[in-house]
Design a protein around this ligand. Sequence first.
Ligand code: ADP
Length: 489
Amino acid sequence: MTSSMKILYASAEVVPFAKTGGLADVAGALPKVLAAQGHDVRVVLPRYGSIDGEKFGLRPVTPTFRIPHGNETIEIRIEASDAIPGVTTYFIRDDYLYDREGLYGQADDDHRFVAYSRAILEMLPHLGWMPDVINCNDWHTGLVPVYLKTLYAARPGYANIATLYTIHNLAYQGHFSPHILELAGLPRELFTWDKLEFYGGFNFMKAGLIYADALSTVSETYAEEIQTPEFGERLDGVLTYRKDDLYGILNGIDYHEWSPATDTFIPAHFSADDLAGKARDKALLQQAMGLPDEPDTALFGIVSRLSSQKGLDLLEAVLPPMLEELPMQVVILGTGDAHYHAMLERLAAAHPDKLAIALKFDNALAHRIYAASDFFLMPSRYEPCGLGQLISLAYGTIPVVRATGGLADTVKEFTGRGKGNGFVFTDYTPEALTEAIIRALKCYLDIKGCWNKIVQNAFACDFSWESSAKKYVKVYKAAMKKLEKMAAA
Ligand code: ADP
């Protein structure tokens, strides 16, 4: 084993405590694997009101203490849970800021995440534990690298903490007015184009990208894509400037959580060798969702945020003719833009035998859809990594995806030679998506040939975290080296 590191993993959402999307899955799985590989790993997130303190055995681990916040100080305390095996998870508790319904999208998110970043650093002496590296994630933690290089640089114990800043989705940047400087207690001189200023405002994501020792994102293809204007979300210049410190490391999935042989959310278990349970899950899902339980009709599942990033505008164009003409059923679980809710409600009412929808966030139903479907649709406009396609493969459910970001890295078109695990299209057009679906349906009808083979290929895929976790450790070491080099310069 390589030498053990002390790693603090800072994420605004973490499975099993709080989740809105893939970031939570990663934050719940990667630290656990790093710990199993011998590292001292701890996780930190805000203590949201929705977190069940009793269920997760939360206990206070520090007395209350005050941290600076704008012109005042605020009182926080740290709680901890051992719910993630081998990992201590810390919760920043300030009921005024975090005891709310929902995780983000509050009017005072600026206050909430400035305080979160500050508290991460302020809690360390109270815990008596200084990490070698802090792995920051997405805009909520963008200030941590800034603080370490400025206000905290000369404080005892902080100079040797390296940072890796991981981008899970470049589009969510935390863009606010310059008042963040005062709130965060940062000097006005930092508000220049090459540091914290961004089109006249303050951008948490850019702050992290400029100040962290190393940067990463969640697939190799996305690491390349974000250096171009098309995917760069106005930060491609910064990312190109830092390209030598930017790494792409593919996400894995937690096969303890996503396994057809043990999944507690699905009615019938199954495996690559015995698919009877999958057929039963399909029939039961069809019944539960009000669809005719036809075993031979191809069932397409979607579990997704309903946004244009996820290709909902393509689906809007493609679903009406497809539901009219093709022998298929579609089940959609998701929440998001009101426009897409209305569109799906209209379509489901018009095609009750072919389209069933559940417009909500429902983890148990998500498991059932991954297990029961024949195909999983992800026609994303862009996709940093994507977890849905990895989860579906674990259940022998064949992904139909657009070749972008992590989808391009993990799903390969099935070929006549029997290789490949899905169906892939490139152009972001209704025609290209329709053609991919037609190729998928043709394969589905060739039960003994193509279909048998592709399902086995899907089960054979391995996207477990072990190898990616080792790559993270290498990048943590690169970040520490970079910090040393900067200190020596
Ligand atoms: P995102 O961009 O939303 O993070 P990912 O594919 O990386 O996309 O991860 C999405 C995660 O959230 C997956 O675990 C998926 O199953 C889950 N998910 C998305 N929407 C829902 C929903 N409505 N109900 C339950 N789980 C959902």
